[in-house]
Design a protein around this ligand. Structure first.
Ligand code: GLC
Ligand code: CA
Length: 562
């Protein structure tokens, strides 16, 4: 397998709005990030993925960009950015930017021009269509944030496409001028010295031109745009062009957000010889349980989780590279969803999940606060949410259509809302968890007195130090980075067990996903006297006894050398 720095790296995602506020306005900012670089250095990560910091009216917290070459005022200035980048580089930390180019803000200069008149030079930068008459949009597609995916614009009596909010009009990638603008903007950032791109919903940039109605699912109001917009007809052509014109000219790490991606499709985006991207984010494992849309409270059955993870581990082997994650700014907290966030089991299960993920093949991504075992927020009321996805869904499903019971929807939000990940980072036990001296834009989780970075940095048994150790192990043992993967006990509904192998070394990983003791049979060889326990969330020092029982949420990784 070809070696690469980004295969050996551990990435840490920062959601700047919620990371660290340096000036007391309640909003995280670039100076705040710079202040906390030493914390990240201590954790040991190699790369920061920075969620968007560009100028934005913040309809979707920076994922609606009005100027790609300016910094959002609340976050600081371009000088603050340059200083942050330089200080990160001084510490050996690279910075990967979020590239949001499926859409812009409706306040972007291109869109302001585009909507003015039919022969405006920017008209064709976006996707405009005539309605069907009678105030009917061009087709039945629904947007990801509720409502129609089309917005009527009276100036020219036409509709524009927005797969997300009406304030996020989709760019028309079929227009060569759009592609050239995007590529030259990317090149500008590369020349500044940034180290890569995480590409927002990049699988949606190419749409089928005829745009027929989509299938309306059970209980849905709108049609599904998926088959016409996801992995569309020219997506690979455009990414190859991007690679040739920009990516291949720099030493970058690239990862595409490709919801709905299959393993076969992933090989096109990220195959070793495809000249597109280094890796993709797939969502099969975090979407388990979404049988009828996102708003549910279904638990994730371990057997299915194992099956999905294993499929990706095995199928991409030697052909493409996995990205490993359980959390990001769009997901609830992993310990609340896949582990157990009760005070009794929170730390143990957070460490177990970390072991399970970080010992796999691929590049691990840690989302801010995950390294502390931060939990979901105890939401009880719609007024506590800030996320447009929740606010719109509540309006559509409760206020307008009465299709849902308000309490039931809030219960689903409590389990799945993106705001769970967006509550401020918990730095210490002072007011507002040390995140801000003002009023935070989204409330701090009330458990910050128990769960915070300061406390965990002092405590060698903390989740923080456990992550630190996992990161250090990856650096020390190539088998963790490059080893093959084999699933053991595929039908066990409580234990996730797998083996990694590389050049005479075998690494056994055992994880009990339940609070009950589990009997396991460890394969011969791993309980030998010279087997080395690399990490254990119960402080096990020898592999002896591992062969019989795993305690509640126990995890261990054991190495044997031929
Ligand atoms: C991606 C982002 C998400 C955003 C959406 C629209 O899924 O991760 O936060 O809302 O794209 O840009
Ligand atoms: Ca601030």
């Amino acid at each position: 397998m070809k070696k690469a720095w980004w295969k050996e790296a551990v990435v840490y995602q920062i959601y700047p709005r919620s990371f660290m506020d340096s000036n007391g306005d309640g909003i995280g900012d670039l100076k705040g990030i710079t202040q906390r670089l030493d914390y990240l250095k201590e954790l040991g990560i190699d790369v920061i993925w920075l969620s968007p910091v560009y100028q934005s009216p913040n309809d979707d917290n920076g994922y609606d960009i009005s100027d790609y070459q300016a910094i959002m005022k609340e976050f600081g200035t371009m000088e603050d950015f340059d200083r942050m980048l330089a200080e990160a580089h001084e510490r050996g930390i690279r910075i990967v930017m979020d590239l949001v180019v499926n859409h812009t803000s409706d306040e972007h200069a291109w869109f302001v021009e585009s909507r003015k008149n039919l022969d405006n030079p920017r008209r064709d930068y976006y996707i405009w269509r005539k309605g069907k008459g009678d105030g009917q949009p061009p087709n039945n597609w629904g947007s990801c944030f509720s409502g129609s995916a089309w917005q009527y614009d009276g100036t020219t009596d036409m509709y524009y496409l927005h797969l997300f909010s009406p304030k996020q009009p989709d760019l028309n990638w079929d227009n060569e001028a759009v592609r050239e603008e995007v590529f030259s903007m990317m090149d500008w950032w590369c020349r500044k010295g940034i180290d890569g791109f995480r590409m927002d919903v990049i699988s949606m940039i190419s749409k089928t031109p005829d745009m027929p109605d989509g299938k309306v699912g059970e209980g849905a109001i709108y049609g599904d745009f998926g088959p016409y917009c996801i992995h569309g007809p020219n997506v690979h052509r455009y990414l190859k062009e991007m690679n040739e014109k920009v990516l291949s000219r720099y030493d970058l790490m690239t990862v595409g957000e490709t919801s709905g991606v299959t393993v076969e499709e992933a090989l096109k985006y990220a195959g070793e010889d495809e000249r597109e991207l280094n890796m993709v984010f797939q969502f099969e494992h975090v979407d388990l349980g979404n049988r009828n849309g996102k708003w549910n409270r279904n638990p994730v059955p371990l057997a299915e989780f194992k099956q999905v993870m294993t499929k990706w581990q095995v199928f991409l082997k030697g052909k493409a590279w996995n990205s490993l994650f359980l959390e990001n700014h769009d997901q609830p907290r992993s310990v609340s969803r896949f582990g157990n966030d009760s005070p009794h089991y929170r730390e143990r299960s957070a460490k177990m999940l970390a072991t399970c993920l970080h010992m796999m093949q691929g590049t691990p991504y840690i989302y801010q606060g995950e390294e502390l075992g931060m939990t979901n927020y105890p939401f009880t009321d719609i007024s506590q949410f800030r996320d447009i996805e929740n606010l719109n869904a509540y309006r559509e499903l409760v206020t307008e259509s009465h299709a849902w019971d308000a309490e039931e929807l809030i219960a689903c939000f409590r389990y799945k809302s993106r705001d769970n990940a967006r509550t401020p980072m918990q730095w210490d036990d002072t007011e507002n968890a040390g995140f801000t001296e003002g009023t935070p834009w989204l409330a701090v989780n009330p458990n910050y007195k128990e769960i915070n970075a300061k406390e965990q940095m002092k405590n060698p048994d903390s989740v923080f130090h456990y992550y630190r150790k996992l990161i250090a192990l990856r650096r020390q043992y190539p088998v963790i980075v490059y080893g093959d993967y084999e699933l053991l006990l595929p039908d066990d509904a409580a234990v996730y067990a797998y083996v990694r192998r590389l050049e005479g070394q075998s690494l056994l990983v055992l994880c009990n996903f339940t609070e009950n003791e589990q009997a396991v049979e460890v394969p011969a060889g791993f309980s030998r006297a010279d087997a080395k326990v690399l990490i254990s969330n119960y402080g096990r020092e020898s592999a002896e006894g591992l062969g019989t029982t795993l305690r509640a949420y126990e995890a261990a990784a054991v190495l044997v050398t031929d």
